[in-house]
Ligand binder design. Sequence first.
Ligand SMILES: Cc1cc2nc3c(=O)[nH]c(=O)nc-3n(C[C@H](O)[C@H](O)[C@H](O)COP(=O)(O)OP(=O)(O)OC[C@H]3O[C@@H](n4cnc5c(N)ncnc54)[C@H](O)[C@@H]3O)c2cc1C
Length: 312
Amino acid sequence: MCASMQWKWELDSRLRYSWGMGNLPFDFAVENFPLAGASLYKVGGPAKLALLPRTRAEAVEAFAWLCTQDLPKIVLGGGSNVLIADEGFPGIVIFTNELKALQALGDGRFFVEGGVVLDTLVREVIIANNYVGTGALTGIPGTVGGAIYMNAGTVNGSICELMDSVDVLTEEGLRTVQMEPSLYSYRDQGFCPPSGLILAGSFRFEKAEEDQQAIYDRYIERRRRTQPQGNSCGSVFKNPEGEHAGRLIESCGLKGTRHGGAVISEMHANFIVNDSGATCADILELIELCKRRVREEFGIELQEEVKIFGAR
Ligand SMILES: Cc1cc2nc3c(=O)[nH]c(=O)nc-3n(C[C@H](O)[C@H](O)[C@H](O)COP(=O)(O)OP(=O)(O)OC[C@H]3O[C@@H](n4cnc5c(N)ncnc54)[C@H](O)[C@@H]3O)c2cc1C
């Protein structure tokens, strides 16, 4: 195990298991776990092992064990911003979906575990109390933990702006990071490394003047009009500074371009949709096409917002 985790961890018999052939480290571990159903893209092969902790204590325990394993690892929430290789992920996936505690702390403050569905936070906390935040978070699929990791949001703001602190597990252990603007930026943050796990966040909301339900309805309706339905990861690329990735791709005449079962959406060029049984390879082919054509036409290097695992 990582020496640095020993502050927290009693070495027990489970750590000495060599898993495989049914000899699993936890009763919430599953071998050869199919990942296509766990990603909104609905593509990808299985993970070697999946851990599905049901409580914060189990997640801490599972994460400590993960640090002892010499295999690649990823954390997954709602799977709404990931693309997984057709061959699968040759390592361990830890899912946060069962970490669902949501507690009011008073004065507009809330403790929210990483597996809470973001839309639940929006509807049951923000709209229910008419807090500011609906404009930033409406219509974004996935979990609160995934949203914090991505600093998800819209032109109206992002999730980290609404937070007081975040509980992060890393190989060094569990720490609570006080949130401050220098720690996050557009679809990025500096407090949780790719190998870390966001257990929970503390939010502080302010009362809004405008009716938040009306804002929610307006933005849901706008998404219906401007974004394609179907299996996707939302925007594939980050917007380059002062530009829109969708506009650049559209200007290259790529809307509607197909590869296998994947298509660059006619409705929104920054969406690549799994239209009819696409593979990860089909989607990657279109990603590379968009990057190449935008580079050739505009000299701009598009950066993926989607997180790609097991491929490339
Ligand atoms: C139709 C559609 C519309 C979208 N619109 C928007 C939008 O308007 N704005 C926007 O910002 N995004 C948007 N997205 C992208 C996506 O929904 C967000 O990035 C979302 O916040 C990801 O959350 P998730 O739980 O699904 O994360 P996942 O897809 O499971 O994971 C995404 C990344 O976060 C990491 N991660 C997940 N959970 C944790 C955790 N608890 N701790 C540490 N790391 C973690 C994963 O390892 C991965 O790197 C959209 C996606 C779709 C499909």
